[in-house]
Design a binder for this molecule. Sequence first.
Ligand code: PXP
Length: 247
Amino acid sequence: MIKLGVNVDHVATLREARGIAIPDPVFAAAQAEINGADLITVHRRLDQRHIHDRDVEILKQTLKTPLNLEMAVNQQLIEKAVDWKPEKVTLVPENRQEITTEGGLDLCGAVEKIKQVTAVLQKSGIEVAAFIDPDKQQIEAAAAIGVEGVELHTGDYAETAVGTEQRAAALRRLENAAEAADRLELEVYAGHGLNYHNVVEVAMIPRVIELNIGHAIIARAVSVGIGEATHQMKKLIVEADRLTCVE
Ligand code: PXP
């Protein structure tokens, strides 16, 4: 069954707006978890702009579901990850000024370096994924590096207007990338910009086994609460999964 990873970074962003202890992303993660989240995702940025070390440490101690730690390829963070031992690390690009992660990680330009980092993480029992654009060369590089899976960047798809040829093409790119990754025995995840309106199409892409969703769930939670927002998203992807199985 397709898994839902709830990204709670945006709760931490709200906390940082006041520089005090609330709202707590750890509490939000627990609420998401008891309402159907299959894993919790956080991005520990280099400047701890939203998620802090303290959050990762408490999440690791308290979560019942796996922790997916997104992070840049950075020596200091790799040492921390080896210490924290999240179930999964997703390697992402990081640009200090960006509002959110822009584009996938370019694996082709740094195969040897990322191979070394991946080996260090895997040696301490952590699964490794790379967040990449749905591009054949990136997928081949991911297989050469030896990561367990790839998270396909759905931003292009999510940002194009509904009903346009560009949107259909972006969806096809994701479908083709999922197939290519699967052929190379990589697990396939997807995320970025997914919301209550566009998630079903992505959840129905064959071979996608996990979706990581943040902003849309936290935005909805402002109106209905984290639990209900998680539950509504989970219901959509479970239904998409059921429809795909029937076909
Ligand atoms: N996956 C990755 C690798 C990301 O960097 C992000 C954004 O932090 C997400 C998923 C979630 O994106 P969104 O907040 O748009 O749902």
